[in-house]
Design a protein around this ligand. Structure first.
Ligand SMILES: CC(C)(COP(=O)(O)OP(=O)(O)OC[C@H]1O[C@@H](n2cnc3c(N)ncnc32)[C@H](O)[C@@H]1OP(=O)(O)O)[C@@H](O)C(=O)NCCC(=O)NCCS
Length: 321
């Protein structure tokens, strides 16, 4: 006889799920104290699980052992077409006492998702090796990294042959060119992203409108007098990709960086990333967040070298073959 029962998630399960989520987050913060402390509190964890449950189209399952809820899984679709016919398990969408049990919960909940045609599946998983391993054995693979580091406590200087400065209006043509480099790179193997590639004219028009926006700090790096790269820092509040338990308090955001292909590997990426770290420290942020496609062979190597530590893994599974 099975020791546990799995049944559909119900509204009455929210407090128990919040307790499990708070426990998971307490463990997670032992490794990453920069993650927000609030959600170690069950009442605040409840706000996040309730939001996951109340998202349109949400469904999931709970595990009950000896009358106690020991695991839950909740997911909902995102409207944006970039994710395909999708279902998402957000950071607050799962917590289990025993990592292996996420496989039972998925087994129960995913039948409806696939029946509904939701074959592109995404889940944000804390960097807990046992939990990641259990998701891997559900045929999920790593797609995207969320990462954080503390702001630097002393000034960082670029190498002597590079000049890093704030961008000015006269930089717009090269800033627009650099904007295209990220989607261009990510369309190639092994990222194969389907992200939109704007035209140069669209990128120029965007910069004409936004160059004076004080919410964004744009830096350029030049080598032998030529601008070869750019980076952008802003408040993490500007990013829709970092929420709830995955959103450190009072954080800056390294939102963009690119170096022209011919100038990569000279240290400009490091200098531009460090300019955003420095700006974040001066602005009064405690930490800096960034994220990257793990299949991007350049950013996935550059950002950890700058001290970013991965907190969450976005895993992805495409059903059908
Ligand atoms: C990511 C990018 C901005 C980095 O810029 P760059 O000028 O090439 O990077 P740098 O030369 O400063 O190198 C950065 C760090 O990564 C390390 N690195 C680079 N390639 C590496 C490799 N193959 N293996 C291990 N480390 C590597 C460098 O050694 C350096 O660390 P160090 O300073 O401690 O030695 C640039 O490659 C780029 O424009 N890529 C395409 C667009 C993109 O992916 N943007 C990031 C968006 S998330």
């Amino acid at each position: 006889m099975s020791r546990h029962v799995i049944r559909p998630f119900e509204e009455a399960d929210l407090p128990a799920a919040a307790g499990l989520l708070a426990e998971r987050h307490q463990e997670h913060r032992k490794r990453h104290p920069l993650l927000p402390a609030d959600y170690e509190d069950e009442q605040l964890a409840l706000v996040e699980v309730t939001a996951a449950w109340e998202t349109e189209g949400a469904s999931g399952a709970v595990m009950v052992e000896g009358g106690e809820i020991t695991g839950y899984l909740l997911a909902a679709p995102k409207q944006s077409p970039v994710w395909g016919p999708n279902i998402w398990v957000e950071a607050a969408g799962h917590a289990v006492r025993e990592p292996e049990h996420i496989r039972d919960l998925y087994g129960a909940a995913a039948a409806k998702w696939v029946d509904d045609g939701r074959i592109a599946q995404y889940v944000l998983v804390p960097d807990d090796p046992a939990l990641i391993d259990a998701w891997f054995r559900l045929a999920f693979g790593s797609q995207h990294a969320h990462a954080v580091r503390a702001v630097p406590d002393s000034p960082l200087l670029p190498p002597p042959d590079l000049v890093v400065r704030r961008a000015v209006r006269a930089d717009i043509p090269v800033l627009a060119e650099l904007d295209l480099e990220l989607p261009r790179h990510q369309r190639l193997s092994p990222v194969f992203s389907s992200g939109e590639l704007p035209t140069l004219e669209e990128a120029v028009a965007d910069w004409e409108e936004s160059i004076d926006d004080l919410d964004y700090a744009t830096f350029v790096a030049s080598y032998n007098g030529e601008v070869i790269g750019s980076s952008i820092g802003c408040s993490l509040d500007k990013s829709s990709a970092h929420n709830g338990l995955a959103k450190p308090d009072n954080a800056g955001f390294l939102g963009f960086a690119a170096v022209l292909p011919s100038a990569r590997g000279l240290g400009a990426g490091r200098a531009l990333g460090e300019a955003v770290l420095q700006w974040s420290a001066q602005t009064g942020y405690t930490s800096v967040v960034t994220d990257w496609r793990v299949t991007n062979l350049l950013s996935s190597r550059a950002w950890p070298r700058l001290g970013f530590q991965q907190t969450f893994h976005r895993l992805h599974r495409l059903i059908g073959h």
